[in-house]
Design a protein around this ligand. Sequence first.
Ligand code: SAM
Length: 289
Amino acid sequence: MTDLKTDLQLCRMTIQLRNRFARLIAFLSWIKKAKTVDHLDSPYLFNFYKNVVVKKSDDSNINNIELLRSKYLQDNTLINVTDYGAGSSFQQGALRSIKQIACTAVSSKAKCNLLYNLVQFYKVTDILELGTSLGISGLYLQAGNLNAKVTSVEGDPALFEITKRNDQFWAKNLQLINSKFDSFLEDHRSLNSKYDLVFIDGGHTSDQLLPILKNLDHVITSSTILIIDDIYWSKDMKDTWHKIKSDGKYNVAIDLWYFGILCSEAQIKEPIDICLSPLSKRWKPGLFR
Ligand SMILES: C[S@@+](CC[C@H](N)C(=O)[O-])C[C@H]1O[C@@H](n2cnc3c(N)ncnc32)[C@H](O)[C@@H]1O
């Protein structure tokens, strides 16, 4: 029994190491391909770059969210987590501390900052987040527009209970729902509510993501902004991202490494398909240009 346990642990560690190496290679090739402000001649992309990719905010609500993150990062309370497949990095029924979840499953400050900027750039007012976890990214989405209605869905009952206790009084339009994504989307079939931005941060395999996208059809419109998290999580996710962006439904596909953004913009005549990086390439003449 102990031997089997050790073998499983070794196997898991090997897979993790292999994944990390593959991600490093993918990142280097992404950096080589990615454009920065020096390469952009489209006014749309130039504005996007200035207002989303590199903009830093001094919003006091963001400071409050980061205080909450620090609180989570010191919390050793153990909870039983549910396994929702790739990307969750947890085993079924495994006990995890809040601290571990805050470290591994929650979006970084840089990533959350992009979400905040996206809400402001696209002036969205009805937002859906699939994958709440501890609610950090949901709070950033709400901070981007305090008047926007943000609905965030989490399947794990234990996480949901912890997250519900957040008392960020300013985030009064953030509604947390405890449901599996498919049941939530199924239940909303008849409601006719449409979202203008959807952030998919759960279900990091083609088997999970493609059905989610199909189920989303009745809650989005042709102008909804789609944000797909962790498009470089695995080769499968990378291939799925390529497949989704090439199906002709969207004329703008922006790859920010952390996530991919898809939308249809009437003013864009030539389809955009680009990787954008905040890192200046001026300091690497010849190597990464
Ligand atoms: C990466 S975490 C979300 C992180 C969060 N958006 C943040 O950055 O602060 C993904 C969450 O989605 C939930 N999840 C994954 N697949 C799900 C599904 N099919 N139904 C409901 N919840 C799911 C997991 O329980 C997990 O808490």
